[in-house]
Write a protein that binds this ligand. Structure first.
Ligand SMILES: Nc1nc2c(ncn2[C@@H]2O[C@H](COP(=O)(O)OP(=O)(O)OP(=O)(O)O)[C@@H](O)[C@H]2O)c(=O)[nH]1
Ligand SMILES: Nc1nc2c(ncn2[C@@H]2O[C@H](COP(=O)(O)OP(=O)(O)OP(=O)(O)O)[C@@H](O)[C@H]2O)c(=O)[nH]1
Ligand SMILES: [Mg+2]
Ligand SMILES: [Mg+2]
Lengths: 300, 280
C-alpha cells in the first residue's frame, strides 16, 4: 500500500518511456511530500532526494528484472524510479547490525533517552530477550527521580524472576558502579542500567549520564526513541550521540500507525545502527531490526 | 514560486524550513505559504520583514480561532469530572499531578482516579502525586476494570464534595480498537456515575511528536469527544507545531502546556509566546 504522495509520484511517471530530469523532478516533489509527512527530517529528505535523482539519472539500478518464468523484463520508468527509492532507503538504514557486545564476566547495557520513550519497559524486554539467549540479566533502577520508577522496574524484574538492584542512598553514577559489584555477587552476567528520561539540553542530567558511562564503561549505550517523534529526533539523537557516543538505537511504539521517519533521520545523522524495534507493551514485544519493514512504512 | 523576486523566494524557502522543522506538517505549511505567496503576488508584501510578519499573523489567526482557557469549575458547589486520555508516555499521569497541585493551591478539593490498572506501578506513581498535592486517591486492584475504578472515583468525589475529579487512564495507541472501546466504556460509565460527566476530556499530546499527532486527535475524538488538549514537554527542543493543524482542523482548545517534570511546570497556552518560541 503506497501513500498518496508515493502513488502520485508513480502515476506521474506512468506512460513515460524513459526517466528524464524533468519527469524525475515532478516525481521527486511527490516523494518529498510523502517523506515529510512520514516525519523524516527536512534536510535528511533533501539529501535523500538528491541521491535518488543522481541514481535515477545515472540509471545505476538494474533496468531489468526476471519474471516468474525467468524471462527478463524491462522495467517501466515508474517501477524503475520506485525501485531506486526503496533501494536508497534500505541502503540508508543499513548495514544491519543488531549485535549486543557483552564483555565477560559481566556485560553491560545502558538505556538512555527523552522522557516517556519506553526505556523502562524496553529494559524489561531486553532482559527477556537475553534470558532466551541463556544469559542471566540483572536490572539496575538508576531512575531516582520519577515517582515509582524503581517500583516499576522491580515489577518487571519480578515478572521475569531476575534481580533488580536499587539503593535510595546512592546517586545514579555510584549506584551503577555498585551494581557491577552486586552482579558478580548474584552471579549475573549481564547488567542493564535503566536511567531517567531527560532532555538533551539539560546539561546537569546529561553530565550524570557521562558520569555513569565514565564509572561503568558500558559495552552498549542504547538511545531509546519513540517512533512517533517528529523533526526533533535529529537534534536529540545528535546531542546524545555527541555526549555519549551511543552504540545504537531502539525504536519503540511501532505497533501504532506512526510512519517512523525518525528512524531514517537518526541513522543518517549519527551513522549508528538501529538495533531493536518495540512492537507493543508486553515484555515479549521486541524484535531485531530489519530494514525492509521500516523502509516500506516510511515511504508509505 | 515563479514570478517572484529572488529575495522573496529566498524568504519563502527559509520560512518553509522553519515551518517544517517545527512539525507544522505539509498540509498546514502549504496553506500558510500559499496565503503568503498570494500577498507577494498582489504586491502587498514587498520585503522579507513584511513576509515574515504576514506569516506570523496567519499563524496567530489559526491559533486564536479558538479560546484557550485552563480548567474551570462548571458550576459552583458541583463536582467537575475531567478525563485524561492519550497514547503511551505523553505525560498524562504527571499532568494530572501538576493540575491537582495547582488546584490545591487555589483551595480546591481534588480527588484522583487511578484508571490505569494495567501498567506496572501506574497507581503507585499517581499515589505519589496525590500525596504531593493533598488530593484523595481511588485505586483498584491490579487489572481491575478501569471503568469501575473511575466510577468509584466519582462516587468518592461526590461524597467528599470535591471540586474536581481527575481521571487517569492507561496510555494506549489509537490503532488498538479494543483499547479504544475500553475508553468509550469508561466515558459512558463516568456519565452513569454523575450526569454530565465527564465534563472535560483532555487529550495529552507530547510536543516532540510528529504528524501522527493529528491522527491521534481524530481517533481519540471518536471514542471520547475531546474538550481540550494538554501539550507537554515544551521545555525541550521540540516546537510542538503539530497543534496548528489540530486547531485548524478540529478546533480543540489548548488548556495547558507542560514545561517540565515538577508540580509547578504547567502553564496556560499563550499563542504569542508559542509563536515567539517557534521562530526563535
Ligand atoms: N504500544 C507500545 N507502548 C510501549 C512500547 N514501549 C513502551 N511502551 C509504553 O510507553 C509508556 C512509557 O514507557 P516507559 O517504559 O515508562 O518509558 P520511559 O522511557 O522509561 O519513561 P521515563 O522513565 O519517564 O522517561 C508505557 O505506557 C509503556 O507501556 C511499545 O513498543 N509499544
Ligand atoms: N520535560 C518534561 N517531561 C515531562 C513533562 N510531562 C511529563 N514528563 C515526563 O514524561 C514521562 C512520562 O510521564 P507520565 O506522566 O508517566 O506519562 P503517561 O502518559 O502517564 O504514561 P503512560 O501512563 O505510561 O502512558 C515522565 O518522565 C514525566 O516526568 C513535561 O512537560 N516536560
Ligand atoms: Mg522509565
Ligand atoms: Mg500514566
Amino acid at each position: 500500500t503506497l501513500s498518496k504522495g508515493f502513488r502520485t509520484a508513480r502515476q506521474s511517471l506512468s506512460g513515460q518511456t524513459e526517466l528524464t530530469e524533468h519527469n524525475i523532478d515532478i516525481a521527486l516533489r511527490e516523494v518529498r511530500v510523502s517523506l515529510l509527512e512520514a516525519d523524516v527530517e527536512y534536510n535528511v529528505v533533501a539529501r535523500f532526494l538528491d541521491r535518488v535523482k543522481t541514481k535515477a539519472l545515472g540509471r545505476e539500478v538494474a533496468t531489468h528484472v526476471k519474471d516468474k518464468s525467468g524471462q527478463r523484463l524491462r522495467l517501466k520508468p515508474a517501477e524503475h524510479f520506485v525501485g531506486i527509492c526503496y533501494e536508497e532507503l534500505e541502503a540508508l538504514m543499513g548495514p544491519v547490525d543488531t549485535s549486543i557486545k557483552l564483555s565477560k564476566p559481566v556485560g553491560t547495557i545502558m538505556m538512555v533517552g527523552l522522557q516517556g520513550t519506553g526505556k523502562t519497559t524496553t529494559t524489561g524486554k531486553l532482559a527477556q530477550f537475553l534470558i532466551k539467549k541463556q544469559l542471566k540479566p540483572m536490572l539496575v533502577a538508576a531512575d531516582i527521580y520519577r515517582p515509582a520508577a524503581v517500583l516499576q522496574l522491580k515489577v518487571l524484574g519480578d515478572s521475569l524472576q531476575i534481580p533488580v538492584f536499587a539503593d535510595p542512598a546512592l546517586l545514579p553514577p555510584q549506584l551503577c558502579a555498585q551494581a557491577l559489584i552486586k552482579a558478580k555477587e548474584w552471579q549475573c552476567n549481564v547488567v542493564i542500567f535503566d536511567t531517567a528520561g531527560r532532555l538533551s539540553i539539560d546539561d546537569e542530567l546529561m553530565h550524570e549520564l557521562e558520569e555513569i558511562k565514565r564509572l561503568t564503561k558500558p559495552d552498549n549505550v542504547f538511545l531509546v526513541v519513540d517512533a512517533m517523534v517528529g523533526q526533533d529526533a535529529v537534534r536529540t539523537a545528535a546531542e546524545f550521540n555527541r555526549r555519549l557516543d551511543i552504540d545504537g538505537f531502539i525504536l519503540t511504539k511501532l505497533d501504532g500507525d506512526a510512519r517512523g521517519g525518525a528512524a531514517l533521520s537518526i541513522k543518517e545523522i549519527t551513522s549508528k545502527p538501529i538495533k531493536f524495534l518495540g512492537m507493543g507493551e508486553k515484555l515479549g514485544n521486541l524484535e531485531e531490526f530489519r530494514p525492509q519493514g521500516l523502509a516500506s512504512r516510511i515511504l508509505g | 514560486l515563479s514570478g517572484q523576486k529572488p529575495i522573496q523566494n529566498e524568504t519563502l524557502v527559509e520560512l518553509e524550513s522553519i515551518l517544517f522543522s517545527a512539525d507544522i506538517g505539509v498540509k498546514t505549511s502549504q496553506k500558510l505559504l500559499d496565503m503568503v505567496a498570494e500577498g507577494i503576488r498582489s504586491g502587498k508584501l514587498q520585503n522579507s520583514e513584511q513576509i515574515k510578519d504576514a506569516l506570523r499573523s496567519q499563524m496567530q489567526e489559526i491559533l486564536c480561532s479558538v479560546l484557550h482557557k485552563p480548567l474551570e469549575t462548571t458550576e459552583p458547589n458541583s463536582t467537575t469530572v475531567v478525563m485524561f486520555v492519550g497514547v503511551n508516555g505523553v505525560g498524562k499521569t504527571t499532568t494530572i499531578g501538576k493540575i491537582s497541585s495547582q488546584l490545591h493551591a487555589q483551595g480546591k478539593r481534588v480527588v484522583l482516579g487511578a484508571g490505569d490498572t494495567f501498567r506496572a506501578a501506574a497507581s503507585e506513581q499517581l499515589a505519589v502525586w496525590a500525596d504531593r498535592s493533598g488530593a484523595s486517591l481511588v485505586t483498584g486492584s491490579e487489572n481491575a476494570d478501569p471503568a469501575s475504578v473511575l466510577f468509584d472515583t466519582v462516587q468518592k468525589g461526590k461524597a467528599e464534595k470535591a471540586d474536581f475529579v481527575l481521571c487517569d487512564t492507561a496510555g494506549r495507541l489509537h490503532t488498538k480498537s479494543n483499547l479504544m472501546d475500553e475508553l468509550k466504556k469508561a466515558h459512558r460509565v463516568l456519565g452513569k456515575a454523575q450526569a454530565g460527566a465527564p465534563h472535560e476530556v483532555l487529550l495529552v499530546l507530547d510536543a516532540t511528536m510528529g504528524q501522527n499527532a493529528l491522527m491521534q486527535a481524530k481517533q481519540f475524538s471518536e471514542s471520547t469527544p475531546l474538550t481540550g488538549i494538554v501539550l507537554t514537554k515544551l521545555d525541550g527542543t521540540a516546537k510542538g507545531g503539530i497543534v496548528l493543524g489540530i486547531i485548524d482542523e478540529l478546533k480543540i482548545p489548548i488548556r495547558y502546556i507542560g514545561v517540565g517534570e515538577a508540580a509547578d511546570d504547567l502553564r496556560a497556552f499563550e499563542p504569542k509566546e508559542f509563536l515567539n518560541a517557534l521562530f526563535a
